[in-house]
Design a protein around this ligand. Structure first.
Ligand SMILES: [Ca+2]
Ligand SMILES: [Ca+2]
Length: 294
């Protein structure tokens, strides 16, 4: 993670909410936010919480999270710590035994809804302390099918302002469907009211409607959440690009900013080693995207 992609966390007022300590919110600073949930055996990451009874006008009730590694097919209705279907070693093993799943280091924040648990109303919540200096915030995540059963859950991505919003702006939906290992990647851009916002911004991935179909409910997993935007600081520094005989030349006026590159707009951006302005980049590969970070 480059120096411009640090994430800072801030403590809030130390209160409690529904019996669970609410310890922190995420503060965007200097780059984008990513969450891989690979450390959830120690608890939910800062800024994250899980809820039931979520509606379009309420966060609902904060729920507990089972930190112990739990198999995809376990039938207990709960928020749980599951293995990804793709281990960090790259192995794709949708038939892995429970004991093998427990050894996977690639974890996901998962939920198994039940007749009286979270259907509808299950929600994954991320709170940002504020978005001061940020605009054009883009959210994306992997929604992963872990255990496929008869019902299908429609997940709504929405956000509201404040710690406990009573209204939410819906960005869209994604339906977790397909065979185990199928990944949906909802990607949405937050509205202008999420730009440069001094209040807490509360983002959700919520089952606001009853699951469709009949029978048991799937186990769904959330992973690789990304939140990226444009910061006022970096927006003020132009990155110019021009064609040369051998490729392109990138120039920028502030040496405190470093150049990063990625093969897709969403990244993953990595530092371009030794790059200073002007930087010559050959045209010898696929498309590339550049940005400046500080
Ligand atoms: Ca993960
Ligand atoms: Ca299903």
């Amino acid at each position: 993670m480059g120096k411009g992609m640090r994430l800072y966390f801030v403590s809030i007022l130390g209160g409690t909410l529904c019996g669970s300590p609410l310890t922190a919110q995420v503060l965007l600073q200097g780059g984008d936010y990513r969450q891989d949930f690979d450390s959830i055996t120690s608890g939910l990451p800062s800024g994250w919480s899980v809820w039931t009874n979520a509606t379009r006008t309420s966060l609902g009730a904060e729920a507990s999270f089972e930190t112990n590694t739990t198999s995809w097919a376990a039938t207990s209705a709960q928020f749980r710590n599951c293995a990804s279907v793709t281990n960090n070693t790259g192995l794709l093993d949708t038939n892995a035994a429970a004991a093998t799943q427990h050894t996977f280091t690639n974890r996901v924040l998962a939920v198994r809804q039940g007749t009286s648990f979270g259907d509808p109303g299950a929600a994954f919540v991320l709170r940002l302390a504020n978005t001061l200096g940020w605009s054009n915030l883009q959210f994306s995540a992997d929604m992963m099918m872990l255990d496929e059963e008869g019902r299908e859950t429609i997940w709504t991505v929405d956000y509201g302002l404040g710690l406990t919003p009573s209204s939410f702006i819906s960005l869209g939906t994604c339906t977790n469907t397909g065979t185990p290992g199928t990944i949906q990647r909802p990607t949405f851009t937050l509205g202008p009211d999420a730009n440069n916002q001094p209040q807490v911004v509360t983002l959700r991935i919520a089952a606001l409607d009853p699951a469709t179909g009949t029978g048991s409910r799937d186990t769904c997993g959330l992973d690789n959440v990304r939140l990226a935007g444009q910061s006022a600081a970096s927006a003020s520094v132009p990155l110019d690009i021009k064609r040369t005989d051998s490729g392109v030349e990138l120039t920028w006026p502030d040496p405190e900013f470093s150049l990063q590159a990625a093969s897709a707009p969403w990244g993953e951006y990595t530092n371009v080693p030794g790059a200073g302005s002007p930087h010559s980049h050959p045209l010898n590969g696929g498309q590339m995207f550049f940005r400046l970070v500080k």
